[in-house]
Write a protein that binds this ligand. Sequence first.
Ligand code: SF4
Ligand code: SF4
Length: 398
Amino acid sequence: MNRNGLSMKYKRIDKTGDELSILGYGCMRYPRENGRINFEETKKQIRTAINNGVNYFDTAYMYPQSEEVLGKILSNGYREKVKIATKAHILRIKNIEDMKKVFQTQLKRLQTSYIDYYLLHDITLKDWENFKKMGVLSFLENEKRKGRIKNLGFSFHGNINNFKKILDGYDWDMTLIQYNYIDENYQVGEEGLEYASSKNVGIMIMEPLRGGMLINKLSKESKKLIEDFPIKKSPAEWALRWLWNDERIDVVISGMSSQEDIMENVSIASEVKPNSLNESELELINKLKKNFKDNVAVDCTGCGYCLPCPSGVDIPLSFSYYNDKKIFKRRIYYSVFYLLKTVENRSYASLCVKCGVCEKKCPQNIPIMKELDNVKSNLETWYYKLLYKTFKIVERIR
Ligand code: SF4
Ligand code: SF4
């Protein structure tokens, strides 16, 4: 128990022998100020997490500056207290020389001589075949023998059939999958979770709050369901408790960006027990799930993998305002905000020329072009156009 009276729960991963905190720290979205990572705040938060028992940190070569910042923060005695998971994406690896360079860069950025969990990032079945052909798997196995990689795994956003094929194709140590109460039947879903569990690999969970949607995009009805429930908990707590109720899950990775988020999650992770939610609590979550599905327009997590768009469309932002408009039913209000955010830097939906580049990169398989048409018809209406013209006139006068 620490001085806050909290005692983080740990889980032993049979395949790797590690005792990992059930709460992992996601390093994709560090706190920012004026668009730049706020290093001092990030350092404070990461050290708070470690001092409260978090020992699993998930980063990736592709997350801008994430590895460098983590490496710098973990220097000065913190590296040995934690396990680092990082990833290599096929977008940066076209041959084995690229793989070697990426790996060397990662060790340097992270200021470490070894990686605890090394993952092939967001792979498809085709990527997996290509990685093998390029000799990437042999390279990683060799690094594992040398001790510079401790465990091998992969992260995945595709369908269940391909997930099973990749899992069956190698003796993996772990996998990282998207899972939360609205994704029980989405991507690999519950079936994938069960399959991974039957293979006895470590199971790490990403997007436990669906990129914040299970907090920020709850409808009035969902909020009321939570407020009226006799046991008082926040939307985040219900979502996390639902995951930790499942004993097949090892680590839930949360992208925490404030001290309050960290302490709330640490506190929940200190008291949860598998199979402890009762019938009425599970029923509440079922109702939230149904209400969410009925209300959200686009299942976008805001991950940004679809960017950059060659025409400059801010795809996640467009979907965020479109969802807000549908959930909160304030069309003019969200049109104005959408306008203010997208006109000045020319990033609105109607700039889309339907090249299709973004759709190939979206892990959620969102029909982006079709949904951007919906954004246009819902948010770029006559008052949008009027406001747009006014905005341009004001701009000229200034
Ligand atoms: S389809 Fe449209 S939104 Fe997607 S990358 Fe092409 S122009 Fe951008
Ligand atoms: S559209 Fe897809 S890739 Fe783009 S931010 Fe949303 S979920 Fe991510």
